[in-house]
Design a protein around this ligand. Structure first.
Ligand code: ARG
Ligand code: GLU
Length: 721
C-alpha cells in the first residue's frame, strides 16, 4: 500500500507544472484568474483588465477576426486596420490584372475615396464571452450516446444564442472547450464594408516567398492595410458610398521603441486549431501516416504549377495564390513531422500513457471509469488508419484536380432540372449564377496545367491508394483505358466541356432544362460526381462513426487528464476563438552548433538578393533607401533597420496578422509565421524550439512612410517613440 502511494506521488509530481512559460493560448476572460501574476512576473506592466474587459473598452476592442481565417488589429480612430500581406492576398489579387498588377507592384490609396471595396470580406469583433457549461450540458448524462449528447447540446446552445442576440445586430456562437467538458458563449459584431488601403509590392510583402516560408532568418514584409467602414451610426452596413470610416472603441498605440532579447511580449488573436491532449495513436496517425501521404501529393502539384508559373506571367498571376496555399501546408506538414520525431513526441505520449494507465488502475472506481480508455483508443485508431489514408489520397489527390472540383459544382443544376417543382425561371437563374462563377474560375484556370495535374495525381492515386478503398468510378474508368492515365486524360480533356471556357459559357448562356443530358453525359461530370458520391456514401459513414467514438473517448480522456493532474494549469486547444499567448523575445538553437539570433535586418534582404530568382528580387526603391541608410525614426538604436523578430509565444494558423504587444500593451509587431523547427507545437509545444515570427512594426511603418510615401496613414496612427 505504501509503495503504491509513493508511486502515485512520484507520478503526480512529474506532471505538475508541465506547462512551460510561452506555452498556451489562454482565454482573455480567465487571464486575471490564471495568468496575470505570471505575466506580471515576466515583465507585463498593464493589467488583465486592460486586455479584456466587459465593463470598459480594452485591447480586445482593437482586435478582429479578419476574413474568417486571420487576425487584424485597429491602429487608428478611423478604422484603419493592419493584417498580413498573405491574409489580404486573395483580395489584392482580385483587384489585380496584367494592366493593374497590384500584387506585383503594390497598391496605395492616396485618398480615402481610392480605397477599394472587397465584396465577401468581413471582420468580426468579440463583444463579450461567458462560460455556459451548465446551461449547455443541461439534460445530458454519461450514459447516453455521443449522438444523443450532441443533439441535446445543439438544442441547448440554440436557446442560449437566441437569448444572447435578442434585439441586437450581433451574432453569437457557443463553442466547445476541452473536448466538450466546457462551453463558452461568444457574442460578436461583424462588419462587411472593409476596403483595401494599401499593400506593399510582392517582393516586399512576400519576399522570400515559399522558399523562406516557415523559416528563420526571415525578411518578409508581410503586412497589408484595410479600413472598416460603417453607417452614420457607426454600425455595420453593407458596402455603400455613403458609409464612413468606423470609429473603434479602442485602437492600438504603436511603439517605435523596438524590442530586446528577453522582453515580455504577447500575441492577441484568433488561433485556429491545436490538439495538445491527444493519445499517442492520434499523433502517430497524423505525423507518420497522414502527413507523408499529403506531402507527397502536394509535392507533385507544386512541381507542375511552379514550372508553369516560371515560364509565363499570366500563369503566375493565375496560380500564385493557389500555389502559395498548397505550399504552405505542404511545408508545415514536413516541419511538423520532423518536429514530432525530433521531440520524441510519440514516445513522450506513450510514457505518459503508461503512467496514466497505472493511475487509472489505482482503484476500482477509477478503473471502471478510465481503465479501458487507452485500449479503446488503440482499437479505434488501428481500424481507422487505413481508411484515413485512403481518404487523404482522395482529398489531397483526386480533389487536387481542379476539373473534378469544378465539374462537381454543376450537380445542383442537374438536381434542379430533375425536380418538377422547379420552374424554367428557377433553372435560368441557377445557370446565370453558374456563368458568373465559371467566369471567375476560368480567370485563374489553365487547362494544360490542370491536365498535367490530372495525370500526375491520378497515376499516384491508382498506384498507391489501397485498391479496395479506391473510388469505384476511378477504378472502372482506369480499367477502360487499360491503366493508361495519359490516354484517359487526352480523351477526358478533349471531350469535356468543363475544360473549355468558350464551349461551357455558350452552353450555359442558352441553357434549358432539356440540356441537362449534356452535363450528365460529360466525362468530367461523371468522374467528379463519382468521386464526391464515394466520399458521401462510402467514406462519410465510417468517418462519422469514428468521430463519434473518438469524440466521446477524447472527452473522457481530457477530463481524466485534468483529474490526474489537479495542480496543472490547462489551456484549451485553439478553436478560432480569441486568445492570448505570452512569452519572451528569444533566440534559439535549431541544430547542433547553430544559433539563431532573435532579429533580422534590412542587410539580410540585400544579402539574399538575387535578380534571377523570383522570391529574392529586391524592390529598387528599397535598395535606394538602404544605400542612403535613410530609415528616419524607424531605425533601431543600433542604427540598422530591424525587419522581423522571434519570441516564445505559442501561436498557430489563424494567428496570422495578430498584434504582437509589449509590456505596456503597445503594438511592436505583426505575427505572421512560426519557425519550422517548432511547427509541431500544434500537437506538442517545445520551449527550446517553438518560436513565433513577427514583423517589426518599425519596418512596416518605414515601408508605408518612406517607401510608399503614404505618410497620411502613419499620421493617422497613435505612435510613441
Ligand atoms: N506560413 C505562414 C502561414 O501559415 C505564411 C503563409 C503564406 N506565405 C506563403 N509563402 N505561402 O500562414
Ligand atoms: N502564417 C500562419 C497563419 O496564416 C501563422 C503561422 C502559424 O501557423 O503559426 O495564420
Amino acid at each position: 500500500m505504501k509503495t503504491k502511494i509513493f508511486i502515485i506521488t512520484v507520478i503526480l509530481s512529474l506532471f505538475i507544472n508541465l506547462s512551460h512559460a510561452g506555452e498556451g493560448m489562454w482565454l482573455p476572460l480567465l487571464l486575471s484568474q490564471l495568468n496575470e501574476k505570471e505575466m506580471r512576473d515576466m515583465g507585463m506592466k498593464i493589467t488583465a483588465e486592460d486586455i479584456y474587459s466587459v465593463n470598459h473598452s480594452s485591447l480586445k476592442d482593437a482586435i478582429v477576426l479578419f476574413g474568417g481565417g486571420c487576425t487584424g488589429e485597429l491602429v487608428s480612430a478611423q478604422g484603419l486596420l493592419l493584417t498580413n500581406h498573405h491574409c489580404g492576398y486573395g483580395n489584392i489579387q482580385k483587384h489585380s490584372s496584367l494592366e493593374h498588377d497590384y500584387l506585383t507592384n503594390g497598391f496605395w490609396a492616396q485618398r480615402m475615396e481610392e480605397e477599394l471595396p472587397n465584396p465577401g470580406l468581413s471582420v468580426t469583433f468579440l463583444v463579450r464571452m461567458e462560460e455556459v457549461t451548465v446551461q449547455t450540458l443541461k439534460g445530458v448524462n454519461d450514459k447516453m450516446s455521443q449522438k444523443m449528447r450532441d443533439s441535446i447540446v445543439v438544442a441547448n446552445n440554440k436557446v442560449l444564442v437566441k437569448a444572447a442576440i435578442n434585439g441586437t445586430h450581433y451574432s453569437a456562437q457557443v463553442k466547445s472547450f476541452f473536448g466538450g467538458n466546457q462551453y463558452y458563449l461568444f457574442v460578436s459584431e461583424t462588419f462587411t464594408d472593409v476596403r483595401l488601403v494599401g499593400a506593399p509590392p510582392s517582393n516586399i510583402g512576400k519576399f522570400g516567398g515559399d522558399t523562406d516560408n516557415w523559416m528563420w532568418p526571415r525578411h518578409t514584409g508581410d503586412f497589408s492595410m484595410f479600413r472598416i467602414y460603417a453607417n452614420k451610426e457607426n454600425k455595420p452596413a453593407e458596402y455603400s458610398k455613403n458609409n464612413v470610416p468606423y470609429q473603434p472603441a479602442k485602437h492600438l498605440t504603436v511603439s517605435l521603441k523596438g524590442v530586446k532579447e528577453g522582453d515580455f511580449t504577447f500575441v492577441y488573436g484568433f488561433p485556429g486549431t491545436t490538439q495538445e491532449y491527444l493519445p499517442s495513436y492520434a499523433v502517430d496517425m497524423t505525423a507518420l501516416q497522414d502527413n507523408p501521404i499529403a506531402i507527397g501529393l502536394r509535392q507533385q502539384r507544386l512541381d507542375i504549377i511552379d514550372k508553369a508559373m516560371d515560364g509565363d506571367r499570366l500563369t503566375r498571376l493565375q496560380y500564385s495564390a493557389k500555389a502559395a496555399s498548397i505550399a504552405n501546408y505542404w511545408k508545415k506538414m514536413i516541419g511538423e513531422t520532423r518536429g514530432i520525431k525530433r521531440l520524441d513526441a510519440i514516445e513522450k505520449k506513450q510514457a505518459f500513457e503508461r503512467d496514466f494507465q497505472k493511475w487509472a488502475q489505482s482503484n476500482t472506481e477509477k478503473n471502471a471509469e478510465y481503465g479501458q480508455l487507452l485500449p479503446s483508443f488503440g482499437t479505434i485508431y488501428s481500424a481507422f488508419v487505413p481508411v484515413n489514408n485512403a481518404y487523404t489520397y482522395l482529398t489531397e489527390g483526386l480533389l487536387g484536380i481542379e476539373l473534378v472540383r469544378f465539374a462537381n459544382s454543376y450537380a445542383n443544376l442537374v438536381k434542379q432540372c430533375a425536380d418538377k417543382s422547379k420552374t424554367e425561371a428557377d433553372i435560368k437563374k441557377t445557370a446565370e449564377q453558374l456563368i458568373s462563377s465559371a467566369v471567375a474560375f476560368y480567370k485563374n484556370y489553365n487547362t494544360n496545367v490542370d491536365k498535367q495535374l490530372f495525370e500526375a495525381l491520378m497515376a499516384t492515386y491508382t498506384l498507391s491508394c489501397e485498391s479496395s478503398m479506391q473510388v469505384s468510378v476511378v477504378k472502372e474508368t482506369a480499367a477502360k483505358y487499360k491503366g493508361s492515365i495519359p490516354a484517359w486524360s487526352n480523351d477526358l480533356y478533349k471531350k469535356t466541356m468543363f475544360a473549355d471556357s468558350v464551349r461551357l459559357l455558350s452552353f450555359l448562356s442558352g441553357f434549358e432544362r432539356g440540356d441537362v443530358r449534356k452535363i450528365e453525359k460529360d466525362p468530367a461530370y461523371i468522374l467528379a460526381t463519382g468521386v464526391y458520391s464515394y466520399m458521401l456514401n462510402s467514406f462519410a459513414p465510417i468517418v462519422n462513426s469514428f468521430n463519434a467514438s473518438n469524440d466521446s473517448l477524447q472527452r473522457l480522456y481530457m477530463a481524466a487528464q485534468m483529474e490526474m493532474q489537479p495542480e496543472k494549469r490547462f489551456y484549451p486547444d485553439a478553436n478560432s476563438t480569441l486568445r492570448v499567448a505570452y512569452g519572451n523575445v528569444k533566440s534559439f538553437q535549431p541544430a547542433d552548433a547553430v544559433e539563431y539570433k532573435w532579429f533580422t535586418t534590412l542587410d539580410g534582404i540585400m544579402q539574399k538578393e538575387n535578380p534571377d530568382i523570383y522570391d529574392y528580387k529586391v524592390e529598387p526603391k528599397l535598395k535606394e533607401l538602404y544605400n542612403l541608410r535613410d530609415y528616419g525614426r524607424y531605425a533601431d538604436a543600433d542604427k540598422s533597420m530591424h525587419v522581423a523578430f522571434i519570441a516564445s509565444n505559442h501561436t498557430t494558423g489563424g494567428n496570422s496578422g495578430s498584434p504582437v504587444l509589449n509590456a505596456d500593451g503597445q503594438l511592436i509587431g505583426i505575427n505572421f509565421d512560426r519557425c519550422w523547427e517548432g511547427t509541431m507545437s500544434d500537437l506538442m509545444y517545445d520551449p527550446d524550439q517553438c518560436r513565433n515570427i513577427s514583423l517589426d512594426i518599425r519596418y512596416c511603418l518605414f515601408i508605408i512612410d518612406k517607401m510608399a510615401g503614404a505618410k497620411r496613414l502613419v499620421d493617422e496612427m497613435t505612435v510613441v517613440e
